[in-house]
Design a protein around this ligand. Structure first.
Ligand code: SAM
Length: 245
């Protein structure tokens, strides 16, 4: 896969000739050392890729990309997974965002739960940048969507996944059992904060169609759980030959 990849949002790619913003030009010209006439792959965050040629790199302003042709639909992931993850320490949540994007999650919903310990700092715009950067680095042509921070109750109430799992260390069905009963479609996975979900939240999630699943006898850190589950899902049903979605 070419390292010369850059994310330009779909609305700007349509214009044909794309004037680069300063950070974009800096990445291509200063970081990668590219010059006029060099070829670049543009991805638009919606699953399309375009071949492009770099222009005007000698000017301090006005470096641009000429988009060559209508582009192509890049191969998408086989799984449609939404993660609903309780907020945790910023650097650990950053890790969840980056690794979930690499592992092919479609959407991440950061949630406030009853036991969420609030921490100022990171925010949705930063996580969206991390998600786009992870796409560039790992070769995705789409970008994992990061939703606004939402109350846990609203996130589960508006959830549309055909398989809804809640990681719960308090017991429940095994992952293998819950997946056996699944007929395909999108998947939603809820993961609690360091203090865990309250019994009230577990009851509300059950009422919203979530199945509590245990991941075994060890208590995992919040940031471990979505990544472990995504890796298992990709192995069983996803990019490695899955058939259920
Ligand atoms: N406070 C809880 C305790 O001490 O028992 C642990 C919470 S755990 C650090 C954070 C979250 O990861 C949980 O809310 C749950 O969603 C998930 N989790 C951790 N270990 C798990 C396991 N063995 N099975 C299912 N979910 C688990």
């Amino acid at each position: 896969m070419s390292k010369r990849r850059i994310f330009i949002p779909e609305q700007r790619v349509k214009a044909g000739e794309v004037e680069l913003l300063r950070p974009e030009a800096k990445h291509l010209v200063t970081v990668l050392g590219l010059r006029d006439g060099d070829r670049v792959v543009v991805f638009d965050g919606e699953g399309r890729e375009y071949d492009a040629t770099l222009r005007n790199t000698g000017r301090c302003k006005g470096a641009a990309l000429r988009i060559e042709g209508p582009g192509r639909k890049a191969e998408g992931g086989a799984l449609d997974v939404t993660l609903i993850v309780a907020l945790i320490k910023n650097r650990n949540f950053d890790l969840v965002v980056r690794k979930a994007a690499e592992l092919g999650a479609a959407r991440l919903v950061p949630v406030v739960t009853e036991r969420t310990v609030k921490e100022a700092g990171a925010g949705v715009s930063r996580w969206r940048k991390i998600s786009a950067e992870a796409s560039r680095q790992c070769g995705r042509a789409d970008v994992m969507d990061v939703a606004e921070v939402t109350q846990f109750g609203s996130a589960i109430a508006s959830c549309t996944g055909s398989l809804r799992l809640m990681a719960w260390e308090g017991g429940g069905t095994t992952l293998a059992e819950s997946l056996r009963a699944w007929a395909g479609g999108s998947i939603s996975i809820a993961v609690g904060p360091e203090g865990g979900f309250t019994h009230g939240e577990v009851a509300a999630a059950r009422a919203a169609g979530f199945v509590p699943v245990t991941l075994g006898p060890r208590i995992l850190r919040t940031e471990t759980v979505p990544l472990a589950l995504l890796a298992i899902m990709q192995y069983v049903f996803g990019d490695l030959g899955g058939t259920k979605t």
